[in-house]
Design a protein around this ligand. Structure first.
Ligand code: SAM
Length: 344
C-alpha cells in the first residue's frame, strides 16, 4: 500500500501512533494512578464495539498512523480482546500492534493474543516484593504477573518490555533489583518518572525520582552508563551499562519530549485526545454513531491534528506550584481526565 501523505500538526509533528484504551476498568488500584476508593466509570453502552474501533483504526491508518497500542484501564479485562487484535492486525498500513498490561491476566491470554497478531507486549511491574505489590496496587497479584511475563516470553513476545514507575520512598530501592530481573529474563526495563497526570491525585514533586537521579544512581552502583544514540519518537531514551544491559528512561516529568510527540489517544468510548494532559478531546465515538462516514471522520481528524500545538508536559514543567493536574471532584464529573480512561 502507498503511504498516505504525512499529516503534520502546527509544530510539524506527524500523526504516527495511536493508543487505544479498550476499557476504563482495571483490576489493580495503583497508588500513582487510581488511589481513590470510588470511581465514575464510562457508561457501558458508550463503549465502542470492536467493529467501531476497527473502523476508526482504519481511518487513522489512512491518515498515517502506523503503530497501534492497546491499553486501558486494564486491556485484558475487555472480553475477547483477541478478536479485536485480529481485526486491527489486518488494517492496511499498521505495522506495529502492541499492548500495555499489568500482566495479571496475561498468562491465560498471551498465546491467543500472539496467534491473533499481537506483536509486542509491555508489562507494568513496579516491584518484585509481594507485600509491596499489595500495598502499592491495593490488590494481590505479583505471582500472577510474573507467571504472565513467563508466558509472554514463552509464546515469543520479543522484545518484552517492563515498565517501572519509580516513586521515592515506595519502590526506589528496587531500581537495581528490577533491572537485574529484567536482564535475567531477556526483557528491557524502562524506568518511568512519576507523572502529574489526571488521576494521580496524590502526586507531589518530592515523590518524583528524576531521570538524572536514576542515572546517577546506576552510575554509582553499576559503573558507566552510556546513552544510545537513536533517532526515534519513542518516549524512552535508552542507555547501556558496561555489561551490555540496555534499559530506558521515560522522563516525561522532568525532561519532556513533547517536541517529537507523534502520539494520540482514543478512549474506549471514542474520545480522541491529542495530549495526555489535554482537557478536551474530540468525540469521534459520537460522530461515528451519528452516522459519519469514514471520509467525514478523516476530515474531522485531519482538521484537529493540523491545529495541534499541545505540549502538555512542557507546559506542566513551567508551572510554578506544580501539583496534581485535576482535583477529585473534577475527575468525578469528567472521567475522561483520568489516566485509566485515557490510557497510559
Ligand atoms: N493497566 C495497564 C498497565 O498497568 O500497564 C495499562 C494502563 S496503565 C494506565 C499504563 C501505564 O501508565 C502503566 O505503565 C502505568 O504504570 C502508567 N502510569 C499510570 N499512572 C502514572 C503516573 N502517575 N505516572 C507515570 N506513569 C503512570
Amino acid at each position: 500500500m502507498d503511504s498516505p501523505p504525512v499529516l503534520a500538526d502546527r509544530l510539524g509533528r506527524p500523526l504516527a501512533n495511536l493508543r487505544i484504551s479498550v476499557t476504563d476498568r482495571c483490576n489493580l488500584r495503583c497508588a500513582y494512578c487510581m488511589p481513590e476508593e470510588e470511581y465514575a466509570w464510562l457508561p457501558q453502552p458508550s463503549l465502542l464495539r470492536f467493529e467501531e474501533l476497527a473502523q476508526l483504526a482504519r481511518v487513522f491508518a489512512g491518515l498515517g498512523v502506523q503503530r497501534l497500542r492497546l491499553t486501558g484501564g486494564e486491556p485484558l479485562m475487555r472480553r475477547d480482546l483477541g478478536v479485536l487484535v485480529r481485526m486491527l492486525a489486518e488494517v492496511p498500513g499498521i505495522d506495529d500492534l502492541a499492548l500495555t498490561t499489568n500482566g495479571i491476566l496475561l498468562e491465560a491470554q498471551a498465546e491467543a493474543l500472539a496467534k491473533a497478531g499481537l506483536k509486542r507486549v509491555t508489562v507494568s511491574l513496579d516491584t518484585l516484593r509481594p507485600e509491596r505489590f499489595r500495598e502499592l496496587a491495593r490488590r494481590d497479584g505479583l505471582e500472577q504477573v510474573l507467571a504472565g511475563i513467563d508466558r509472554a516470553r514463552a509464546v515469543g513476545f520479543d522484545p518484552l518490555k517492563l515498565d517501572m514507575v519509580v516513586l521515592r520512598g515506595t519502590n526506589d530501592d528496587e531500581i537495581e533489583t528490577l533491572l537485574d530481573y529484567a536482564r535475567s529474563i531477556g526483557a528491557e526495563l524502562r524506568y518511568i518518572e512519576y507523572m502529574d497526570v489526571g488521576g494521580a491525585t496524590r502526586w507531589t514533586k518530592e515523590a518524583v525520582v528524576s531521570r538524572r537521579e536514576i542515572l546517577a544512581r546506576l552510575e554509582k552502583s553499576r559503573g558507566k552508563v552510556e546513552p544510545l544514540v537513536e533517532s526515534t519518537s519513542a518516549p524512552a531514551d535508552r542507555y547501556r551499562l558496561a555489561d551490555g544491559t540496555v534499559f530506558g528512561v521515560i522522563s516525561s516529568t522532568t525532561q519532556p519530549f513533547c517536541g517529537s510527540c507523534d502520539r494520540a489517544r482514543l478512549t474506549a468510548d471514542g474520545r480522541w485526545f491529542l495530549c495526555l494532559y489535554a482537557r478536551e478531546g474530540l468525540d469521534l465515538g459520537k460522530a461515528l454513531r451519528a452516522g459519519a462516514s469514514s471520509s467525514e471522520l478523516a476530515a474531522l481528524i485531519r482538521t484537529r491534528w493540523s491545529g495541534r500545538d499541545d505540549q502538555g508536559a512542557v507546559a506542566r514543567l513551567a508551572e510554578h506550584e506544580r501539583a496534581a493536574l485535576a482535583a477529585i471532584d473534577e475527575l468525578r464529573r469528567d472521567p475522561h481526565l483520568e489516566m485509566h480512561t485515557r490510557g497510559g
